[in-house]
Design a protein around this ligand. Structure first.
Ligand code: NDP
Length: 285
């Protein structure tokens, strides 16, 4: 058996087309466009690449885009001051401070300082709390992207056993909450989980966000399972996921490739969240 590929780029392109259409119609009606501000402190090469992609995508879609590249010596107080300015800016509907931050800046302080109404990353405690109780909120972009891909492929979640490997605040936990909301029965695994292979083998839907190259073996996959590999690992100049793709694709019914799987969805959902914030502001609801 060879699995069908669940390609993020196909889904992302469709959603980006919808965003562009909606945005242009709102622009014609109001003369305004959504604004996204991205803040990068220091020169982490991976972060620089992510920020460049975010800037490029938001410009391509016709958003107003501001990128603040700050030197590594920027103090926490200076960063918080910029966040406050962006919170008060009329042109900015979404604020994203690229993580990880340098050691002298407390991530928590920065996440808390971003207005929950402009927190398009969905990391502010108010948005996290709303996600837990199922209220409207900004959903963390990668987790949101995973759910949109499953929806796009028409994969039924109700009553299914979903296993999420990884419990980070940005991926594992929000994915688990979203699957639960869609009536899957969810098991969350982490570094201290006993019998990980056995739990993975019981999954109808397996979502992996660990950051360890090819740790999920083909023999851990239930025949016919849907496998979503969030992991991005660089091995010998090549990108690989957390799942042994070649072995897993022979067993699964659907599988995401790496690269080209979940990756393109993250930025797209950032744009969805920013457009959503713009609409809340325009229509005050
Ligand atoms: P974190 O390091 O924050 O979390 C990793 C999780 O994996 C933790 O919960 C950890 O458990 C768990 N874990 C570590 N080792 C094992 C193990 N041997 N068995 C089971 N669980 C284990 O990572 P992120 O969630 O931020 O990212 C995960 C991966 O996804 C990375 O490769 C990252 O690059 C990628 N990623 C991809 C994105 C995309 O757009 N496609 C976006 C974001 C991330 P514990 O909690 O016990 O420590």
């Amino acid at each position: 058996m060879s699995a069908q590929l669940l390609r993020g780029m196909d889904v992302a392109q469709k959603i980006r087309g919808q965003i562009k259409e909606e945005m242009e119609s709102l622009k014609q009606k109001t003369g305004k466009v959504p604004g996204l501000a991205v803040v990068l402190v220091g020169e982490n090469p991976a972060s620089q690449t992510y920020v460049k992609h975010k800037e490029r995508t938001s410009k391509k879609l016709g958003f107003y885009s501001e990128v603040h590249r700050l030197p590594a010596k920027t103090t926490q107080a200076e960063l918080l001051h910029l966040v406050e300015e962006l919170n008060n800016s009329e042109h900015i509907h979404g604020i994203l401070v690229q993580l990880p931050l340098l050691e002298h800046i407390k991530e928590e302080a920065v996440i808390h300082a971003i207005s929950a109404e402009k927190d398009v990353d969905g990391f502010h405690p108010l948005n996290v709390g709303k996600l837990v109780i199922g209220e409207r909120c900004y959903i963390p972009c990668t987790a949101y992207g995973v759910i949109k891909m499953l929806e796009h492929a028409g994969i039924e979640l109700q009553g299914k056993h979903a296993v999420v490997v990884g419990r980070s605040n940005i991926v594992g936990k929000p994915v688990a909450l979203l699957l639960l909301e869609r009536h899957a029965t969810v098991t969350v695994c982490h570094s201290r989980t006993a019998n990980l292979a056995e739990l993975c083998r019981s999954a109808d839907v397996l979502v992996v966000a660990v950051g360890r190259p090819e740790m999920i073996k083909g023999s851990w996959i239930k025949p016919g399972a849907v496998v979503i590999d969030v992991g991005i690992n660089r091995v010998g100049g090549k990108l690989v996921g957390d799942v042994d793709f070649n072995a897993a694709k022979e067993v699964a019914s659907w599988i995401t490739p790496v690269p080209g799987g979940v990756g393109p969805m993250t930025i797209t959902m950032l744009m969805v969240n920013t457009l959503q914030s713009f609409k809340y502001k325009l229509f005050q609801r």
